[in-house]
Design a protein around this ligand. Structure first.
Ligand code: PLP
Length: 395
């Protein structure tokens, strides 16, 4: 019998054998006592889940990995010290000098930044329009080793046809790797659609409380074993306490994500109706150009959205600052509503033209809709949007 996600989140891990404690202890240790010198023997993938040295793994990791693998429909999983730790480890695992990557024009900024740095190792990247599956196929060369997918993408909420791109990867023997941070396995299961590897900034919805930094990867056992070997060389390991917190966050993943979905849909509808808002980007809205695809590949539309306001960037920043419930902060996917203007977050790093090429205007506001009451959030937004409108210079 396959358990539903709520059940998997609570019961998916093996209770730790040496304790009767229902909540697991935190393995706050850097090393474990060996039975004999042979325990340190040649590095074997078996050491991942044995008590050896905590950079290789610890029981808190194992519990999260077991639950996440089940939630994603994967054979195996690996936690890392951050989402970028997961991503960079995978790139170092699968790419060598001379290789080529097909990536989307719009990914989380840190991913684009890392890919651009790969040029010095002789790795070429082609960035394509993610809304067109054919663009991925057209970009493939004999050197292509990896296709990167992120859907919905941060911050523009563009979607990728995950099944179509996964099929292209299979046809050409190219690995497909999907960032499932925004959707979470509650709303979308890329592995079921043919993707090879799924990864997360577990800092976001999986943790869910803005109190940890972590990354996670789910895939076949063979892929995870290979990535794990690189991760222990890179030192991308997660600490025991954050791993413990992550498991606790994941216990309520389904409940939280459902409420994030409901709140974001209500907020998106309300924003659409306000005259100070010129555009709302949310895949759950009928007005989203890829709404049909969203309905096809997602069971919920996430707590993330973006919108544009009819004002100058300074007034947009004031609007954000004056929100009572929307905190101006980086990150997303947790209990508090967080609001940020992506162009301001990367000012000085990315030019306005580069932003425009990635579909981000200086008036775009990204909102991670939290777990507050939706009516409270909408009232707060409307009060401040009304103010924004009143302060507009008359034409
Ligand atoms: N992927 C997405 C979609 C993100 O939003 C982020 C961080 O904001 C990352 C990956 C990187 O994760 P981390 O900050 O945990 O390293």
């Amino acid at each position: 019998m396959t358990a539903k996600p709520e059940t998997t989140s609570v019961h998916g891990d093996e209770p730790l054998r040496e304790t009767t404690s229902l909540a697991p202890p935190i393995y706050q240790t850097s090393t474990f006592i060996a039975n004999s010198p042979e325990d340190f023997g040649v590095m074997s993938t078996e050491l991942h889940h044995q008590r050896n040295y905590a950079r290789y793994g610890n029981p808190n990791h194992e519990q999260v990995e077991t639950v996440l693998a089940k939630l994603e429909g994967a054979e195996s999983a690996l936690v890392t010290g951050s989402g970028m730790g997961a991503f960079s480890t995978m790139m170092l695992t699968f790419l060598s000098a001379g290789d080529h990557v097909v990536a989307q024009r719009i990914h989380y900024g840190g991913v684009i930044g890392f890919l651009e740095k790969m040029a010095k190792f002789g790795i070429r990247i082609t960035f394509v329009d993610q809304t067109d599956p054919q663009a991925f196929e057209d970009a493939i060369t004999p050197d292509t080793k990896v296709i990167l997918i992120e859907s919905p993408s941060n911050p523009t909420m563009h979607l990728t046809d995950v099944a179509a791109v996964a099929a292209i990867g299979k046809k050409h023997g190219v690995l497909t790797i999907c960032d499932n941070t925004y959707a979470t396995p509650i709303n979308m299961r890329p592995i079921d659609m043919g993707v090879d590897i799924v990864w997360h900034s577990a800092t976001k919805y999986l943790g869910g409380h803005h109190d940890l930094i972590a990354g996670a990867i789910a895939a076949s056992k063979a892929h995870i074993d290979t990535i794990w070997k690189m991760s222990i060389s890179v030192g991308a390991s997660l600490n025991g306490f954050d791993s413990w917190l992550l498991l606790r966050g994941m216990r309520t993943l389904q409940l939280r994500v459902e409420k994030h979905n409901d709140n974001a849909l209500a907020v998106a509808h309300a924003l659409e109706q306000h005259p100070a808002v010129t555009a709302v980007y949310y895949p759950g809205l009928a007005s989203h150009p890829q709404h049909a695809l969203a309905q096809q590949q997602m069971s919920g539309f996430t707590g993330m959205l973006a919108f544009e306001v009819d004002t100058d960037p300074a007034s947009a920043d004031r609007f954000i600052h004056e929100l009572q419930y929307g905190m101006l902060a980086a990150s997303l996917g947790g209990i508090h509503t967080l609001v940020a203007r992506p162009a301001a977050m990367l000012a000085g790093v990315v030019t306005e033209d580069e932003f425009a090429a990635r579909g981000v205007s200086s008036r775009m506001i990204r909102m991670s809709v939290g777990l507050e009451d939706a009516d409270d959030l909408i009232a707060d937004l409307h009060t401040n949007l009304d103010k924004l409108q009143q302060h507009q210079p008359q034409a």
